[in-house]
Write a protein that binds this ligand. Structure first.
Ligand code: 7TS
Length: 406
């Protein structure tokens, strides 16, 4: 049985007052809080093990290496990768996407095409624009309708032998819309030889991920949005693709041999992990996977979906409140505005005075805001430890903000 009080007791940070009110943390799409089990593993690493990995004969170095490689295998299982060496440690989704866009440089030429969508976070837009600048390739963008749903007939139109990359998110961070990536991947495979990149920043914390079943070429996500420390993330890539592509950073640990006559590269995953990694964070990411798996994906999803439905139902009862993406299949996020009350940050500041943490603004998705012709939204986003009472406080707070601002 799922015991929310027991779950909350594992998050010391939640048990505090902010501005004289109990903290209501609803900014989980930006970053989740970390359970004590994750913090303990992280602290234990620094108090008992701290040593560099893959390079020492001494005991602590071997221990650090074993722990980090154990974590890699946990993550391999978590996303159902075929091999542990297809799991590359990064510092987050942004680094993963930049890495992919960089290593694909030689594979693109002038007038090739990269397909993304209107729903992308800036980190799944800008690295591709930079790749276009380097290569002369062109960006094509799948539009959305007024419910934030991707218009896939445009994907059908865009796909051709010129398409070299299709990169979309599984869940939109600004609207919470769940994208039909199975359909996107199937269409892409059928009509092009493009590399398929999935931004899983907002799906990995909520869904079961199976990269083999999905049949993507790359899947990237951030540890800090799924109960792990900041500065952690994963890039999954298919073995034959990672072996074929060049490295990203050059430096220690990514070489097989190095001399002034030339360098040969290490095998996977080390070819993509130059320099000292975030060992403590990477080990703690394994503990975050343990935390999620102990609760179970279906329990997490059921609870978060119930919170979302409860929040949306109550918010929609408020007059002049617009929920964006209301009619789409969504997860984890409700994004809204109080019409006629000025900017979203005013609502956010009033909520903050009541101890309620939400994000306001464009959420690093300016094209979505431009589409709806708004500067930003108020976004509440949920995690396993949120409660229905917290949603009641949010709704009360929004009503109060409306009274104060109108
Ligand atoms: N892609 C998506 C879909 C995201 O939601 C984010 C972060 C990123 C990429 C970048 O992840 P990072 O860990 O490298 O920063 N999204 C948010 C957000 O919605 N609020 O703050 C960060």
């Amino acid at each position: 049985m799922f015991d929310i009080h027991e779950i909350r007791s594992q998050f010391t940070i939640l048990n505090q007052q902010v501005n004289g009110k109990p903290l209501v943390y609803l900014d989980n799409a930006a970053t989740s809080q970390k359970p004590n089990s994750v913090l303990e593993v992280w602290t234990q690493y620094y108090t008992e093990i701290n040593a560099n990995v893959h390079r020492g004969i001494h005991t602590l170095s071997q221990l650090a290496t074993e722990e980090m490689e154990l974590s890699r295998r946990k993550i391999q299982k978590f996303i159902n990768a075929k091999h542990d060496f297809e799991v590359i440690f990064t510092k987050g989704t942004t680094e993963g996407l930049n890495l992919i866009a960089y290593i694909l440089t030689q594979k693109l030429k002038k007038d090739d095409e990269i397909i993304i969508s209107y729903l992308e976070h800036h980190s799944n837009i800008v690295p591709w624009q930079m790749l276009c600048e380097r290569t002369g390739a062109k960006l094509r963008v799948i539009p959305i309708d007024e419910n934030g749903i991707l218009q896939l007939d445009y994907l059908d139109q865009y796909l051709s032998e010129k398409t070299k990359v299709v990169s979309v998110n599984q869940v939109s961070n600004a609207l919470g819309v769940v994208n039909p990536i199975e359909e996107i991947i199937a269409k892409t495979r059928k009509n092009s030889d493009a590399y398929i990149v999935i931004d899983g920043a907002q799906s990995a914390p909520h869904f079961t991920i199976d990269v083999q079943k999905m049949d993507c070429d790359f899947f990237v996500f951030s540890g800090h949005k799924m109960y792990a420390p900041m500065g952690t993330g994963i890039l999954y890539g298919k073995q034959e693709i990672l072996e074929d592509l060049p490295p990203f950073h050059g430096g220690g640990e990514m070489i097989a041999t190095c001399s002034f006559d030339g360098t040969t590269y290490a095998g996977l995953p080390f070819k993509y992990e130059a320099g000292t990694p975030n060992v403590g964070g990477n080990i703690a990411l394994g503990a975050a996977v343990d935390f999620i798996e102990k609760i179970g994906h279906s329990t997490i999803q059921n609870h978060e979906n119930a919170l979302l439905e409860y929040a949306q139902r109550q918010l929609l009862e408020i007059e002049n409140l617009k929920v964006y993406g209301e009619k789409a299949n969504r997860t984890g996020v409700v994004s809204f505005n109080l019409e006629g009350t000025g900017i979203s940050s005013d609502v956010g500041m009033i909520l903050d005075k009541m101890g309620i943490a939400v994000r306001t603004g464009h959420h690093c998705t300016q094209p979505i805001m431009d589409f709806f012709n708004i500067a930003g939204t108020v976004r509440a986003s949920f995690a396993i430890y949120n409660t229905f009472e917290e949603i009641d406080l949010l709704v009360e707070g929004v009503k109060k903000a409306q009274r104060m601002l109108s």
